[in-house]
Design a protein around this ligand. Structure first.
Ligand SMILES: *Cc1c(COP(=O)(O)O)cnc(C)c1O
Length: 372
């Protein structure tokens, strides 16, 4: 049996709308991007949604729009996908990592203030694996210290912390639509903000620095081509309409895993915080006890046709980060310990019970084989 780590959920509706766009006159900068952005502003009750060609592009534009630049420090988490740090390295800002909360695996909010210096410009938090950060708390710290806040919600579209939707309560947030995310546009991202100023800057910067109301060959500032095309936007329109259905399907798969892994020694199932009033599952990540050879279990699963990954390798231990900033082992012990214990199991909307049973069976076998 072969079970993939992830997989998109595309129905005839998505296919029909993409084909409709292909037959139309507009393959970029047309009505579908507007429709997609409109759908996002309505669902998330934010003033502006700006579609871009990736989550990374969205984060980068926000870094530019917030004026984060060379010499500035940005407080963030080392337990994330590299894009959440890369987005400000592009502008030569410096990462100041804060270790994570053992349970949620999100940045430990209680440890943020001690890292603030005169150079700190912003806090960039990540809703890891879909678990939303308490943005009220982060905003309190930011307001007190006059800092900007970016919420990287690339893994958390639809999640809620105490009823507040991820991506909506900082100065700005970003969703991503790579095929392994909850909803996909192939590649793509969406910036959310209630600030007219941030929105106008992002709209200009995504399209070569053109003024939002200006003409094609008039450029106000140095910009990029970070636009989302009409084919991507058409996919996004239908996927967005299906978001609630998709979140429910993923919850079903998570429930099945939770049931089948209950009481299995050596395995800890994902922790859901009491503040998480709605969980939009990105991946299903278990932790193995420290007396189990995690890497051997990963290999065992892979050899048995099961897609799995050690989510995440800490950002500060990536080769280029060590080289650029001199980070080393043990700099962020909680992040490193957790990172050495995790396995992301196959997880997508349409995973069958048979596939889940197979994954659980092989996981149990692997644990037995590689327990010291
Ligand atoms: C997916 C993801 C992104 C954006 O990735 P893209 O591939 O550029 O869309 C950013 N941050 C995190 C935490 C992510 O998981």
């Amino acid at each position: 049996m072969k079970v993939n780590l992830s997989g998109p959920d595309i129905t005839q509706k998505e296919i029909d709308l993409v084909v409709e766009v292909l037959k139309s006159k507009y393959l970029s900068i047309g009505p579908k991007i507007q429709e997609f952005e409109q759908k996002v502003t309505e669902y998330f009750q934010v003033k502006h949604a700006i579609g871009v060609n990736s989550g990374t592009s969205g984060l980068h534009l926000l870094v530019k729009a917030l004026g984060i630049t060379e010499g500035d420090e940005v407080i963030t988490t080392p337990f994330s996908f590299v894009a959440s740090t890369n987005c400000f390295l592009f502008e030569k800002a410096k990462p100041v990592f804060v270790d994570i909360d053992e349970n949620t695996m999100n940045i430990d909010i209680n440890k943020i203030e001690e890292k603030i210096t005169k150079k700190t410009k912003a806090i960039l938090v990540v809703d890891v694996f879909g678990q939303p950060v308490n943005m009220e708390e982060v905003n309190k710290i930011a307001n007190k210290n006059n800092l900007k806040v970016i919420e990287d919600s690339c893994e958390a579209i639809g999640s809620e912390n105490k009823g507040i939707k991820a991506g909506t309560l900082g100065d700005c947030g970003v969703f991503a639509f790579y095929p392994n995310k909850q909803i996909t546009t192939g590649e793509g991202g969406m910036i959310l903000t209630n600030s007219d100023e941030i929105a106008n800057l992002c709209r200009s910067l995504r399209s070569q620095g053109r003024a939002v109301t200006g003409t094609w060959l008039h450029h106000d500032r140095l910009g990029y081509n970070y636009r989302m095309n009409e084919l991507q936007a058409a996919l996004g329109v239908v996927q967005m309409e299906r978001l609630d259905e998709i979140i429910e399907k993923r919850q079903r798969v998570a429930n099945l895993y939770n049931e089948k892994l209950e009481g299995v020694t050596g395995v800890t199932v994902p922790y859901i915080d009491s503040e998480t009033t709605r969980m939009s599952w990105f991946v299903y990540v278990v932790r193995l006890d420290s007396n189990i050879g995690r890497n051997s279990v990963l290999k065992y699963l892979t050899n048995n046709g099961i897609g799995c990954k050690p989510y995440f390798t800490p950002i500060h231990l990536q080769p280029y980060m060590k080289e650029m900033f001199g980070f080393k082992e043990n700099d962020f012990p909680i992040t490193e310990r957790i990172s050495n214990s995790t396995i992301a199991l196959p997880f997508h909307n349409n995973l069958t019970i048979d596939e889940i049973d197979y994954v659980v069976k092989k996981l149990k076998e692997g644990i037995k084989l590689y327990k010291y």
